[in-house]
Design a protein around this ligand. Structure first.
Ligand SMILES: Cc1cc2nc3c(=O)[nH]c(=O)nc-3n(C[C@H](O)[C@H](O)[C@H](O)COP(=O)(O)OP(=O)(O)OC[C@H]3O[C@@H](n4cnc5c(N)ncnc54)[C@H](O)[C@@H]3O)c2cc1C
Length: 291
């Protein structure tokens, strides 16, 4: 359907001020309500007629969901925006790939409204925050009534536009472990123009010990039905001396592991080629930073 720029149906809008109220509101409309954080994905989906919630439970008046705390790693409230991430000196220094992902989000308007929780819960394979968060080993905390669960973000995605979240479940927090010493990271994204979703994105986190790659995670966006960790490529580097031919071999393996599609943004062939090049460059940059 064409994006008409007009909301196609009427809905009720409720704005709770606490987590408990938000969950109570959601439970009151089983199967009919949907949470909204910044609305930058949800409203587009509604305009395109892909979802038709009868009730929207707005989260933006719940301050308890908006925070960045260092506490045995980093704890990020689900309502934290990309703008808050890119303005955090701590994230820039210790979680550089996440900072670079926030920087890469298209515009100041989207960064100001768009939240990390919304970015993940929408379930897009092109979500910019997913590759760096998976590469840093993040977990997400979700609550529903008095039940809560914490799952590795790597297992949170269930297909294009699909996640483990149930309709009444609220993501409250993203937990990112403290990177070990001598760890470096990098995020790179290629879009059609700078203000666009990724054709391909890559996050790399590397831990080094002198000239050896002790550990390495390589995660790509927009090259499969969900964010993809390329474990075979990681194995090529792990525990080995970091040198050019191995980086080339690992980057080539990435282009064999990805499963991109042809769509309006790019072709499968091009995405594979770009994956190889972005991974090579991100590996080298993360390595240089791991001192
Ligand atoms: C013009 C434009 C440019 C964009 N550019 C980029 C870009 O460069 N990179 C990028 O990654 N994305 C981009 N996006 C997509 C979007 O802005 C991001 O995904 C954003 O982070 C979504 O966050 P939100 O708070 O607006 O989510 P919302 O639209 O409020 O919610 C998205 C989905 O998540 C659910 N949800 C939200 N929060 C929670 C929660 N805490 N618990 C449970 N469910 C929840 C909602 O019900 C909805 O299904 C762009 C969108 C537009 C319109």
């Amino acid at each position: 359907m064409v994006n008409s720029h007009i909301l196609p149906h009427e809905f009720e809008f409720v704005e709770p001020h606490t987590l408990e109220e938000a969950l109570t509101c959601m439970a009151a409309y089983p199967g009919k309500a949907q949470f909204m954080a910044g609305g930058t994905d949800l409203l587009v989906q509604m305009k395109m007629g892909r979802v038709r919630p009868e009730v929207i439970v707005g989260l933006s008046k719940i301050p308890a969901l908006r925070y960045l705390i260092l506490d045995q790693g980093l704890r990020i409230g689900a309502l934290t925006t990309f703008r808050q991430i890119e303005r955090s000196e701590l994230i820039q220094r210790r979680y550089t790939a996440l900072y670079e992902a926030a920087m890469a989000v298209t515009s100041i308007q989207i960064k100001t409204m768009g939240t990390l929780g919304g970015n993940l819960c929408h379930g897009s394979p092109a979500a910019d925050s997913a590759p760096p968060l998976i590469a840093f080993g993040a977990e997400v905390k979700m609550i529903n009534g008095d039940r809560e669960r914490v799952v590795p973000l790597e297992t949170f995605f269930a297909g294009a536009g699909q996640t483990l979240l149930t309709q009444e479940e609220l993501m409250v927090e993203i937990r990112v472990p403290e990177p070990r010493a001598n760890t470096g990271s990098a995020f790179m994204k290629l879009g059609r123009v700078s203000a666009d979703l990724a054709k391909v994105s890559v996050a790399v986190v590397i831990e080094r010990e002198q000239d050896i790659c002790r550990d390495c995670k390589i995660v790509l966006g927009a090259v499969a039905e969900m964010p993809l960790r390329t474990k075979e490529a990681e194995l090529i580097l792990r525990g080995k001396i970091f040198k050019e031919d191995l980086v080339e071999e690992a980057s080539l393996r990435v282009s064999e592991e990805v499963r991109p599609i042809d769509d309006s943004r790019s072709t499968s062939w091009y995405r594979k080629e770009v994956s190889r090049i972005l991974v090579r460059d991100a590996l080298n940059l993360a390595w240089e930073r791991a001192v």
